[in-house]
Structures are given as structure tokens and as C-alpha cells.
Design a protein around this ligand. Structure first.
Ligand code: TXA
Ligand code: MG
Length: 366
């Protein structure tokens, strides 16, 4: 199959009509959103969902997010629409928030990975909204990467992973945010974040006026080197099971192992330099801030994620940076922690994504 890449300039772009027709006919179209690129198919068509799982190489028990362009579609897709959903939609839609609700009969279980709940999101991107409108159906879309690869933040990333597998990629340039939407489960007694994203728990709490929990299974605990070794010996026993099936899989991991180094900036740099020095024959990669990049002159690959403490830049660049490391032959990657803990908004999202990229391997220094 030839994969067409089509630049989309606005919501009224004529090409969106053609793309909408592909979706209506059961085909797949990759499209930009404000978070990451999605791989879309008709959410109401079980065969389209199967094609999505196949193109991604994704286990079919990992449910898809259903994208809509108008709030009225929620009533069609969800059996119950709690007041909390309306309030959150008013505040954050279109935007980087996904809500889990009880699913309506209409939504095939293939789309929801066999669950009786459905994930709904109204993305804030003209190409995405235009595509959903032109398709005339809600669009199921996971991130448009092959399973296990970092989520795509440009059309070129999608092409790398999907060339020959899908007919069409809509190119809207680089995405804005760079990490996937916040997922909040509204089916339980307390709203619970299953995947942290740009919309923080504080933002949700402010709108809802009640405490919002974080799925305890994905809470990042500071681990020491010793704890890590002990855990490796135990065969990485994972005591809690994340409630979003996708959060259970190893994800976002670059080909070379990545080690996250936490601690005061100077101690972090000193530690990484020592590792490079002690292992001179091995090609080492470093993911670092603009301020410290010059120090790592003996590393094989140095990727600057942004200025120290600039968490939006780190989020925006992270997945492209991880893909960049895959281009070179390296033994391992050290990532500075960027003062993530100091940030109010993106803290939980970035801790979670960095943890996943590191496969849990964290060294704390200083
Ligand atoms: O920002 C985003 O959300 C992007 C763009 C394309 O919209 N999409 C995205 O989709 O990240 P995906 O498939 O890569 O991640 C969806 C996550 C998975 O972890 C999945 O398990 C979870 O949402 N999920 C979907 N439906 C669910 C449900 N009913 N209950 C719990 N988790 C669900
Ligand atoms: Mg994904």
C-alpha cells in the first residue's frame, strides 16, 4: 500500500473530505492532535478497530480512545453522562483530556478492548476536528506509533512507523504539547487519573471541587540503585496493576537502555561524566539541558531537550529525542532529570514518561 502524506492547513481544507471518506469506508488515516499524532479509524466499526491494532502491532486488549468533535456525541457513545463530565468538558474540551465513562451499546467491544467503559476525547487541533466532522463518525485513535515505539510528534515519525501500512497521513506539522492526553476515570466514586498529562490533577480538582486521585499503580516512587538491583533480582514484581491497560506495557523505550539520573544538577552532571569516563570504549548517549550539554564532549550522542527546568520544552521534544537516539548505535543513554519535581503542571506526566523510557532504572545522586 502506498502511504500518502498530505499537508493540512486549516479545518476547511478540501483534502479533509477525501480523508473523511477513507475513514467512512473503513480505512485508516493518521492525523495530528495537540498532544501526539493519532492513527484513526471509524470507532463504530469493529473491523476498522481491528485494522488499527494490526497496523500498530498492538495487543487487542488495549482499548482505543474515541475522538469526537462535538459534545453531543458523548450522549451517543456513553450510557451515562455524569455532571462531572459536563463540567470537565466545559473547562477543557477541546483539549488534552480523555474521560472514561460507561460505554453505550453502540460502541463495539473491539474498540474498547473488551471493556464496558469507553475513553472519550475532543482534541484541540483543526485537522483532527475537521477530519472527525468530514468522516461523520467518531474516530478511534491510539497514538500513531508502532507498539513500543515513542509516540509520534511529527508526520515524519508517523511515516517512519506506518509507511506501507496505512493509505494516508495528514501532516499538521509538529504537535504542540508532545505527551499524550490526561486520562481521567469518571466511573468510580472518586475521579481518578489513570495517565497523567498536560491537564494536571490540580486543574481537574479546581473545576470539580473534589479531590482527584492518581492511580496508585502508576505513582512514581523514588528508587535507589540498590532497590533497583533488588527489584531486578525479584523479576520485577509489579504489585499493582494499572487501570489503563496501556500503562501496563513497556512503552516509549528507546532501543538502548536509558538511565534516569536524579539529584542536584551539578551532582547529576558529575555522575554522568564519571560513567562516560569509566567506560571509554562504549558509545554513550546523554539527554540533557542546554546548560550542561557542553560538558559531555566524550559522549557519542548528546541530545539537548531544552533549557533546564523548561518542562514544556522537555515534553515537546522528548519523543523526538528518544527517536533520535535510535538512529545511532549506542550502548546506553543517561538522562538528566531537568528539575521535573519543581514543576507544577507537567510534573506527574513527565515523571511518568521518563520512568517508562527508563524502564524503572533510576539512579539518585548527591
Ligand atoms: O493524547 C492522546 O490521548 C493520544 C491522541 C492521539 O489523542 N492518544 C493516545 O492513545 O495516547 P493511546 O491508544 O496511545 O493510549 C490510550 C490509553 C491506553 O493506555 C489505554 O489503555 C487507555 O488509554 N484506555 C483507553 N480506553 C480505556 C478504558 N475504557 N479504560 C481504561 N483505560 C483506557
Ligand atoms: Mg500510545
Amino acid at each position: 500500500m502506498r502511504t500518502e502524506v498530505i499537508a493540512i492547513a486549516s479545518k476547511d481544507d478540501e483534502e479533509l473530505k477525501r480523508a473523511g471518506a477513507v475513514i467512512r469506508a473503513g480505512g485508516l488515516v493518521a492525523f495530528p492532535t495537540e498532544t501526539v499524532y493519532g492513527l484513526g479509524g471509524n470507532a463504530l466499526d469493529a473491523d476498522a478497530s481491528r485494522r488499527i491494532y494490526a497496523a500498530k502491532g498492538r495487543p487487542s486488549d488495549n482499548p482505543l480512545i474515541v475522538h469526537i468533535s462535538d459534545f453531543s456525541q458523548v450522549f451517543m457513545l456513553a450510557e451515562e453522562v455524569p455532571e462531572t463530565a459536563k463540567r470537565l468538558a466545559d473547562a477543557f474540551w477541546p483539549g488534552p483530556l480523555t474521560m472514561i465513562l460507561k460505554k453505550a451499546e453502540l460502541v463495539p467491544e473491539t474498540t474498547t478492548g473488551g471493556l464496558d467503559t469507553v475513553a472519550l476525547r475532543m482534541p484541540n487541533h483543526p485537522a483532527a476536528l475537521g477530519l472527525i466532522e468530514q468522516a461523520g463518525v467518531p474516530i478511534a485513535a491510539p497514538s500513531a506509533n508502532r507498539s513500543g515505539r515513542p509516540s509520534p510528534t511529527t508526520a515524519a515519525h508517523v511515516f517512519e512507523d506506518m509507511d506501507g501500512k496505512i493509505p494516508m497521513i495528514l501532516d499538521g506539522g509538529e504537535v504542540e504539547i508532545g505527551v499524550e492526553s490526561t486520562i481521567v476515570d469518571l466511573t468510580g466514586e472518586v475521579p481518578m487519573v489513570l495517565r497523567p498529562g498536560y491537564i494536571s490533577r490540580e486543574m481537574l480538582q479546581e473545576v470539580l471541587g473534589v479531590a482527584v486521585e492518581l492511580d496508585p499503580a502508576i505513582v512514581v516512587k523514588p528508587v535507589t540503585d540498590e532497590a533497583n538491583e533488588a527489584q531486578e533480582k525479584d523479576g520485577e514484581a509489579q504489585p499493582l496493576r494499572p487501570r489503563a491497560p496501556g500503562m501496563r506495557y513497556r512503552h516509549y523505550a528507546p532501543k538502548a537502555p536509558l538511565i534516569l539520573v536524579k539529584g542536584p544538577a551539578q551532582a547529576v552532571t558529575a555522575y554522568i561524566l564519571k560513567q562516560i569516563e569509566e567506560d571509554k570504549d562504549k558509545p554513550i548517549g546523554v539527554l540533557c539541558s542546554a546548560q550542561t550539554a557542553h560538558a559531555y564532549k566524550d559522549a557519542r550522542r548528546v541530545v539537548v531537550a531544552g533549557a533546564f527546568g523548561d518542562l514544556p520544552a522537555l515534553a515537546h521534544n522528548l519523543y523526538a529525542d528518544l527517536r533520535d537516539f535510535d538512529e545511532v548505535d549506542i550502548d546506553r543513554i543517561y538522562a538528566e532529570d531537568f528539575g521535573i519535581a519543581e514543576d507544577e503542571n507537567l510534573k506527574e506526566a513527565l515523571e511518568n514518561r521518563m520512568m517508562k523510557a527508563a524502564g524503572g532504572h533510576i539512579v539518585t545522586v548527591g
